[in-house]
Design a protein around this ligand. Sequence first.
Ligand code: GAR
Length: 200
Amino acid sequence: MSRIVVLVSGTGSLLQALLDAQGSGQLPAQVVAVGADRAGIAGLDRAETAGVPTFVAPVGDHPDRAAWDRALAAQVTAHRPDLVITAGFMKILGPATLATAPVLNTHPALLPAFPGAHGVRDALAYGVKVTGSTAHLVDEGMDTGPIIDQRVVPIAEDDTEDSLHERIKVLEREMLVEVAADLLVRGFTVDGRRVVLGPA
Ligand code: GAR
């Protein structure tokens, strides 16, 4: 059974979708640990409720980002993941953590538009008529890794950041489960900027 480590910073509704899909058999993998960059967040509560081991790696516990990266990588590696998923993890990963396993992220905008911490707010402010979510592999840039899948969400006249983000997250949860299952079951290779499903 493939092993997944999930990293969270917030409410963890994407994590919950992964746990539910594991329970229903839609995701033929096991979430073996959930890590966070701060204590006391709902994402950690969800993991504990599901009986999944957790760890916390705050940046502020370390002299610099490189030391934090090495500490986070050590925590992740201890759980021997086949795939790491950043599910609303709001820190940029460093090279040590990126070397532990392929890292899958979702971003709440249609990359390469609106990268960064405020993808929903920035799309609304720009006035685009459609936005959505992007599933991509993580590299050392900010939301720059190869794109695997995208889902489109129309923007309504009366949308707020919260109402739009909630509609994006509905599609994002489905996409994340499907993409994680595809990567783990079918395997994949990266050809330039394209992620090609199938055995290496
Ligand atoms: C999701 O929309 C995810 O794409 C986004 O945070 C939300 C987490 O929701 N991630 C980023 O913005 C990363 N740049 P959740 O805490 O309910 O799972």
